[in-house]
Design a protein. Structure first.
Length: 344
């Protein structure tokens, strides 16, 4: 009996000392393997119990179990202590400075074009205009013919058109094409509509021109609408868009769908009219084209020109944003340069 008992006590001590020496999780794992695992020394002793006499077996067996339970508890305690130490070591090695300022999350914002659309639409809606949607792919008629562009009239060359492969279909070159849609929907009721949207022109891309850009069209038709109404509307718009006290001026112009036609400028938002880089030293920034709706267009829309009159205007949206922010290259809007998008 004493032989096995002796071995057992010795092993107990040896194991306890070895466990103390283990300083990493993996060392405690090999310790387990050496002593308590399937091929461990403790397990070997327990297997040997079968050879003991009937009197000895319960005594030695009991002691062996005690030792096994003790060693298992010691292992657990050792492992917990090591895990704690390892965490402390990792934490101080990482050297987290909790006083360091955090990284600011990147927050997205509306595209400058969308900001401008919302601003323009809000101003006009508040004046009583209603938003009207019209298609980006148009018939040649809506984009040109019904707007009083005669076939083969040089006016069509003012706008370089993208033609669809289906004959008679074009990508709209301006939002004016929506005028006829709005009139035909509401005639003979008076209307005040705005039509914001994408336009396309087959042009060389330059600092002043993109192939795809946005416009907002405005159209008011009623029984007593005069040029003064147009002036008042646009002055109000300019003051809300560009600031109180802004002046506007009208220059005579030509568009097939308006008569008379004008181009409208606002005094330069940067220099107030003295002349600077933004206004190319003219003191004025061009903001839009406008005029009184041509009688032929009224008729095409379903209104009797003897009874009804109207005004229309159309503005480039990026142009407004450029004027307002002093941006001098329209290509910035669609080249995905985050420095521009984040600033605007
Ligand atoms: N459609 C014109 C353009 O794209 C702008 C324009 C001018 C619209 C006069 C109008 C208008 O409604 O009356 O250049």
């Amino acid at each position: 009996m004493s032989d096995l008992n002796h071995q057992l006590e010795q092993l107990h001590q040896e194991a306890a000392v070895a466990l103390e020496r283990a300083t990493t999780t993996s060392e405690t794992e090999s310790w387990y393997h050496d002593y308590l695992g399937r091929k461990g020394k403790m397990t070997a002793i327990l297997r040997g119990l079968g050879q003991l006499s009937a009197e000895e077996r319960p005594l030695v067996g009991k002691r062996a179990n005690q030792i096994k339970v003790e060693l298992e508890a010691a292992l657990q305690a050792r492992q917990a202590a090591i895990a704690q130490e390892e965490m402390q070591r990792a934490l101080s090695a990482e050297g987290i400075d909790v006083t360091m300022p955090g990284r600011r999350p990147l927050v997205g914002k509306l595209h400058p074009t969308n900001q401008a659309i919302r601003e323009i639409v809000d101003i006009l809606v508040q004046m009583g205009f209603q938003v009207f949607d019209s298609p980006e792919v148009e018939t040649d008629d809506y984009n040109f013919g019904l707007l009083n562009f005669p076939p083969d009239h040089p006016a069509r060359e003012m706008q370089d058109t993208f033609f669809a492969t289906t004959p008679g279909l074009v990508l709209r070159t301006h939002t004016s094409s929506g005028q006829i849609h709005a009139m035909r929907k509401y005639a003979p009721e008076p209307i005040r509509v705005i039509l914001p949207g994408k336009c396309f022109r087959n042009e060389d891309v330059t600092a002043r021109a993109e192939m795809m850009f946005y416009q907002v069209e405005g159209l008011a038709i009623g029984r007593n609408i005069t040029f003064s109404d147009l002036k008042g509307t646009l002055l109000n718009f300019a003051n809300q868009m560009y600031g109180d006290g802004r002046q506007i001026r009208f220059r005579k112009s030509y568009f097939p769908f308006t008569e008379p036609s004008v181009e409208v400028d606002v005094d330069c938002v940067l220099c107030g009219g003295d002349g600077c880089r933004l206004c190319k030293y003219t003191g004025w920034l061009e903001i839009l084209g406008a005029g009184m709706v041509h009688p032929v267009v009224l008729k095409n829309g379903g209104y009797d020109p003897a009874v009804f009159s109207g005004f229309a205007f159309g503005m480039g949206i990026e142009r407004q944003a450029m004027n307002k922010r002093g941006v001098d290259d329209i290509r910035l809007f669609y080249s995905n340069d985050v420095r521009f998008l984040a600033r605007a």
